[in-house]
Every structure is written in structure tokens, then in C-alpha cells.
Design a protein around this ligand. Structure first.
Ligand code: ATP
Ligand code: MG
Length: 397
């Protein structure tokens, strides 16, 4: 449970002259959602990553709204919304391809919170007021509420100061908070890497002590968090952090084993560096390509090498199913993504069959991903007889 008494309950109000977020930075969808909520007599604020990143002058990834209206009230009030979630009910508001999350003020009080015998929160739809909501959030820097009418930030937990000092602090005792939801350990690593934050010794120690609890987390949630960690521009750093915090065995056990080999480590880090560069250049990134790379050393190991054009596709396919099955026990890759990964791997054989089969290969729907993986292998020191160059020349015509 969160030890609320260590905080000063009357919030600090931070004016625009200190936080420097301008009116025109406010996301239009969030603005219209909040205005509609206000019109119906409800409160509405922007909270979380949008406020945090805007204060630091970074471009926020998305904009989360919080309100005192229940999910059902939000859903009946706003068009194009639907209620999602089991553990937490929240509302998704869609505008084109963009989704804004609207959550209801929640309390961390134990009354209606269902916990497992290990202290993990299973279900928590226990509504509260803004103050309760502020204390149930994970880190102080994520608990800043922006009132878009007054352009003031409401801060119950000292998050603004922590953000300025680049400190990641848990709200309440970190041991308890990580125990309640071990995914917060992954979030801590993500924010540390993204925002170059300092973590105090206790927080780091608690992360290490409790990382074993990640095995209790659903493999679907772990998949989502893995993507957030590795497809948002800091993959190299986060991989190193995940390894040093013993987290890989819960997320990417088949990648972990190969980080001890110099050759495979070089291949994986080359791929992560490319991923980070592509993110910075706003180029597309796909979960399928990421996993086809992270699991590639394990596949090669299972097959005893994949460098011969005579390798049978069904042998790759069989090995791929075994590798993916093992991966899915920890962090579940959705079916259609698994299919893309398999096709990208099978292409590694097809790409070697040049020039005779090159026309068919070129038309393959995963050609680009297969070709990129091939180049990455060569760049990381594998000798494939210059076939990457052959393809590069072929497609530049
Ligand atoms: P991002 O930039 O990745 O969106 P974020 O902090 O906004 O970062 P979200 O997953 O969008 O992350 O969550 C929105 C807010 O909800 C967080 O800032 C935090 O206040 C709260 N939150 C999210 N996950 C948790 C959690 N596991 N435990 C407690 N609070 C959480
Ligand atoms: Mg967010």
C-alpha cells in the first residue's frame, strides 16, 4: 500500500511561467474530449507521458486524459469511444488512426482491489478523486495533471521537482509498488533510458530483488511492454539494462543466451542500433522484424547454421515453430506476427538461390524484411558469398 502520509497532501500548483507548456502544444483530440467532459459537468485533465515529456521539451508519444466520469459515463457521452480492459477499465477514443486513452480517477485503497497471494494487483476498478489518483500512479514524474483551461499543473507528489532534477522516484515504497505490479520495473528501465534519469540505490535494488515476479505477468502484457522498450529509440541502452537487471529471462530468454557470444551480441546490437536510428528518422518499425532478429541466433543454433541454399524450407519452418513456441511461453507474439517472422526466416534460404529463383523471391511479400535481415547478417560479419551485394544491385535497377 502507498504510504500517503510521507507527502504533503495540498498540491503544488505550477504555472506556465515555470512549466513552459504552451496552449498550442495541447493535443486537439484531448482538448475536445476535456471540453465535452467539462460541458457535462465532469473534470478532465491531461496526465502522464504527455505532461512529463512536454515539460522536458520532448515530443510526447501520446496524450492520456483522466476524468472523474466513470468509463460508462465517458462512453455514453463521447462519440467513437469504447470501454476496454479487465484489470483496469479504461475508455479508448478514436480519431482516425489515433487513440486517446481516457481513464477514471482511481484510488489505491485496498477496499476493492483484488490481489493475488504474492501481492500482485489483479483487478482494480476502485474509483476515487484526483488526489487518490495521484498516489496510485507509478512514479512521481508520471503524476502531473495539466489543467488545460488554466494551463496549470497540479502536483501532489513532487514530480515536477523530481523531473527537473532528473530523478525517477516511486510513489510510496518502491518494494511494495513493484510487488503490486512488476511491470513497473520495466517502465522504470524505459523511463531511465529515455529521459536519462537517476535512480536511487533502493529503487535499483528493489528492481533487481523483484524482477522474478515478472513470471506472474501475462505473456501478452509482457509482449506489449517489450515493444514499448525496444521500438521507441533507446533499444541498445534498454537491452543492456534489461540484461543487467536479470529481466531477459522473463521476456527474451532465447536472446539472453546468445548475448554471451561475441558474434551474436554484435549481430543483435547492430540490429538494435539500426532500430534506434530508424526511430529517430521517423522510419517505419515492425515488431515482426524486431523479433526475427532477436530470435535469429536461436534459430541458427537450432538448425546448426543457415548458409546453404540447399537447406529445406520445411526444416526452417519446423525449427521456427519450436523457437516461437519457447518464446511464447514468456512473451506471447501474436499469430500474424509469428507468421511474418517465419516468412522472413524462410526468405534467408530463398535469397541465397540466385540468380535462378530471384524473380519469385523478389515478388515475395516479405522480400524487404528478408533482404534487410540478410544485410544485417553480412554487416555483422557473416560470409554469404556477397549475395547481399547481388540483391542490392538487382533492386537498384
Ligand atoms: P508513454 O510516453 O510511454 O505513453 P506514459 O507514462 O504516458 O508514457 P502510459 O502507459 O501511457 O505511460 O500510462 C499513462 C500513465 O498511467 C502513466 O504516466 C502513469 O501515471 C500511469 N500508469 C501507467 N502504467 C502504470 C502502472 N503499471 N502502475 C501505475 N501507474 C501506471
Ligand atoms: Mg502515455
Amino acid at each position: 500500500m502507498v504510504a500517503i502520509d510521507q507527502y504533503n497532501i495540498s498540491p503544488e500548483i505550477i504555472k506556465v511561467s515555470k512549466h513552459h507548456i504552451e496552449v498550442d502544444q495541447i493535443d486537439n483530440d484531448a482538448r475536445s474530449i476535456i471540453q465535452r467532459l467539462n460541458k457535462a459537468g465532469f473534470k478532465g485533465y491531461i496526465v502522464g507521458g504527455f505532461v512529463r515529456d512536454s515539460i522536458l521539451g520532448l515530443k510526447p508519444k501520446d496524450c492520456d486524459v483522466v476524468t472523474d466520469a466513470t468509463p460508462e459515463q465517458v462512453n455514453s457521452l463521447l462519440p467513437r469511444t469504447r470501454i476496454i480492459g479487465r484489470r483496469f477499465k479504461i475508455v479508448h477514443s478514436r480519431s482516425g488512426r489515433k487513440i486517446t486513452e481516457i481513464s477514471t480517477f482511481r484510488s489505491s485503497s485496498q477496499r476493492n482491489t483484488q490481489k493475488s497471494n504474492k501481492g500482485l494487483v489483479l483487478r482494480d476498478n476502485n474509483y476515487g478523486n484526483i488526489e487518490d489518483d495521484a498516489f496510485r500512479r507509478d512514479f512521481t514524474i508520471n503524476s502531473l495533471y495539466l489543467d488545460i483551461e488554466k494551463m496549470e499543473i497540479i502536483d501532489f507528489v513532487g514530480g515536477f521537482k523530481d523531473l527537473q532534477n532528473k530523478k525517477l522516484k516511486s510513489i510510496g515504497d518502491s518494494f511494495e509498488r513493484f510487488k503490486e505490479d512488476p511491470v513497473r520495473i520495466l517502465r522504470a528501465i524505459r523511463f531511465k533510458a529515455k529521459l536519462s534519469l537517476d535512480l536511487d540505490k533502493k529503487l535499483e535494488a528493489d528492481m533487481k530483488k523483484l524482477s522474478y515476479l515478472l513470471k506472474e505477468i501475462s505473456s501478452g502484457r509482457k509482449y506489449e511492454e517489450t515493444l514499448k522498450m525496444l521500438l521507441t529509440g533507446n533499444a541498445e541502452l534498454i537491452m543492456t539494462e534489461m540484461n543487467s537487471h536479470n529481466l531477459l529471462e522473463h521476456l527474451l530468454p532465447l536472446t539472453k543466451d546468445f548475448l554471451n557470444s561475441k558474434k551474436d551480441k554484435r549481430f543483435i546490437y547492430n540490429a538494435l542500433k539500426n532500430t534506434d536510428d530508424r526511430y529517430k528518422k521517423n522510419k517505419s518499425l515492425t515488431p515482426a522484424f524486431l523479433f526475427s532478429v532477436l530470435l535469429w541466433p536461436a534459430l541458427v543454433n537450432k538448425m546448426g547454421g543457415i548458409t546453404s541454399k540447399k537447406t529445406k524450407l520445411h526444416n526452417i519452418s519446423r525449427a521456427a515453430s519450436l523457437i516461437l513456441k519457447r518464446q511464447n511461453e514468456n512473451c506471447f507474439i501474436p499469430g500474424r506476427i509469428q507468421q511474418s517472422i517465419k516468412e522472413t526466416w524462410e526468405l534467408q534460404i530463398m535469397l541465397l538461390r540466385v540468380p535462378e529463383k530471384s524473380k519469385v523471391t523478389l515478388k515475395h511479400k516479405r522480400f524487404r524484411a528478408g533482404y534487410d535481415l540478410l544485410l544485417l547478417r553480412e554487416d555483422s560479419g557473416e560470409n554469404l558469398g556477397g549475395v547481399g551485394k547481388w540483391w542490392t544491385e538487382k533492386i537498384s535497377y
